[in-house]
Design a protein around this ligand. Structure first.
Ligand code: SF4
Ligand SMILES: [Zn+2]
Length: 509
């Protein structure tokens, strides 16, 4: 099997069958009535059919390579959609097919490969993890969930559970966003789903429910259930294979029944035998009971309940596109490297300065000029800086506005430079380890140049404007045809997960 085929095949297994973000390739949910082979009495039995070749699974499951494939895919998929990850993943695995290859790479190469994928510390941690495996663990991957947590940087509780169950066959749950939603609805857990009490309850439930025979498949099936059926909005309860176990679905029915009886004036003539959420044995003190009133219109979407979102931090950053004429006659741009820790660690950007609240823009401009001058070993005055415009970029927790300026250097002003600065041509800049925010700044700058030319020369050169813009923006993933990556799978594997024992704390959840 060629490396590429192996990568594609494995990707389809780990990102296709596993994936909870609406990605399952050819997987089917089926529902049948039949008696449990394990002797449990059941009303319904639920099946998830995965389709992947048994040969692929056997080969991959017992190799270190499989571990690496799952590790990389799990890290890349943190906070990121499958469709976005696939292209990055294929390129990454092609370039660094073994943990030794990854360990031998430089952080600069890793950042370059990760550019555009966001949450940049993930790439750095993967790299650190690979180096640790090679240098400290003598090439051996950790073999338990606990050692995954302790030994691999960037691996938290969920990722350890996912890698442990999928790659190592460890009997453990893996609670991600999908699982939180599914379990909160199944158990009608109405308290804040991010509270420590609920988090512990969900992990304990996931660890109880997981199929000891096929923990990895079970966890993937639950994630897939969350991605395809029990979706955040418009869940498909009528097609749900675990509907008969679902407390929130039952609650909706109880409410609807009560409402229709009320309409018909039959209230209390025939009380429902189904328990209501308020029937929790410890109602009033139960840490899992709803903290807010029930909204009839939302139905099962009342769960999970979330805390009020913290507004993102608002920041303004002064940034300057510094241009010089390169040796080939092509313009070159000055990029400086960020510190090796914190947000966008080690990434490249145009010289920038976070705007302090109390400082005036003029002062900030002077300070930015001083920074640039230091990098270039020359003196730059702020009056040379041209205002270009503003670009907004939203990070998960920061609402960032870049106030963009530009300056063109005269020959001789740009000869010296410090270690953490480099001159890049437009094409080199597009392939460099720069963030999406920096690309947006560059698009704004190139657009402004086109407009300038248009206005100054007084001829319509607008036809050229799209070129300079699209060359940059074509690095976006929107055109990615995820479906074309699908491999051919034939053999069905069946996962049974029918036993949802009632929690012994409250008798309800
Ligand atoms: S019945 Fe509806 S709410 Fe309950 S688990 Fe299924 S899809 Fe989710
Ligand atoms: Zn309760």
């Amino acid at each position: 099997m060629t490396l590429l085929m192996l990568c594609c095949c494995a990707l389809s297994f780990s990102a296709g069958t596993t994936r909870r973000r609406g990605s399952c390739r050819g997987g089917l949910w089926l529902r049948q009535n039949q008696t449990s082979t394990s002797g449990h009495t059941e009303v319904g039995r639920c099946f998830l059919v995965f389709t992947f070749t048994a040969a692929d699974t056997i080969y991959l499951k017992f190799s270190l390579l499989f571990f690496l494939l799952v590790w990389v895919s799990e890290i890349m998929l943190q906070q990121t959609q499958v469709a976005t990850v696939i292209d990055y993943y294929n390129k990454w695995m092609k370039r660094w097919p073994t943990v030794q290859d990854l360990a031998a790479a430089t952080l600069e190469e890793v950042n370059q490969m990760w550019a555009g994928l966001g949450y940049y510390s993930r790439g750095k941690r993967l790299h650190e993890g690979a180096q640790k495996v090679v240098s400290e663990l003598r090439g051996q991957m950790p073999r338990t969930v606990n050692s995954l947590l302790k030994q691999l940087p960037g691996v938290g509780r969920y990722t350890a559970g996912a890698i442990g169950s999928i790659a190592l066959g460890q009997v453990t749950g893996a609670v991600d966003g999908n699982l939180i939603r599914v379990l909160c609805r199944l158990r009608a857990i109405g308290a804040d789903s991010t509270s420590p009490a609920v988090t512990e309850a969900l992990w304990s439930l996931a660890n109880t429910l997981v199929d000891p025979e096929r923990p990895g498949d079970f966890n993937q099936a639950m994630m897939e259930l969350g991605a395809r059926v029990c979706t955040p909005k418009g869940p498909l309860c009528s097609q749900c294979p675990v509907q008969s176990h679902c407390h929130s679905h039952r609650k909706v029915h109880v409410k609807q029944e009560a409402n229709s009886r009320k309409l018909l004036g039959k209230l209390d003539k025939k009380p429902s035998v189904l328990p209501d959420i308020e029937d929790c044995m410890n109602s009033g003190t139960c840490p899992l009971c709803p903290s807010e009133p029930w909204d009839d219109e939302l139905g099962v979407q009342n769960f999970p309940r979330k805390p009020a979102k913290k507004p993102p931090r608002v920041e303004r950053t002064l940034t300057c596109v510094v241009i010089r004429a390169g040796e080939e006659g092509e313009d070159e741009y000055l990029l400086t490297q960020r510190l090796n820790k914190g947000l966008l660690a080690g990434m490249w950007e145009f010289p920038s300065l976070l705007q302090e609240e109390k400082s005036s823009e003029m002062k900030q401009k002077k300070a930015l000029c001083a920074e640039i001058s230091k990098k270039l070993g020359t003196r730059l005055t702020d009056s040379l800086l041209q205002h270009v415009g503003e670009v907004v970029h939203i990070f998960s927790h920061i609402h960032q506005t870049y106030v963009v300026h530009s300056v063109r250097l005269k020959d001789g002003d740009s000869q010296t430079q410090t270690e953490n600065a480099q001159w890049l041509s437009k094409s080199a800049l597009q392939g460099a380890a720069v963030s999406t925010g920096v690309k947006k700044v560059f698009i704004l700058f190139t657009q402004s140049v086109c407009v300038c030319v248009c206005v100054c020369v007084c001829v319509c050169v607008c036809a050229h404007a799209p070129c300079c813009v699209t060359e940059v923006s074509c690095t976006c993933r929107s055109g990615l045809d995820y479906h074309s990556q699908k491999a051919d799978f034939s053999i069905a594997s069946v996962v049974n997960y029918s036993e949802f024992p009632v929690c012994d704390i409250t008798g309800l959840h």
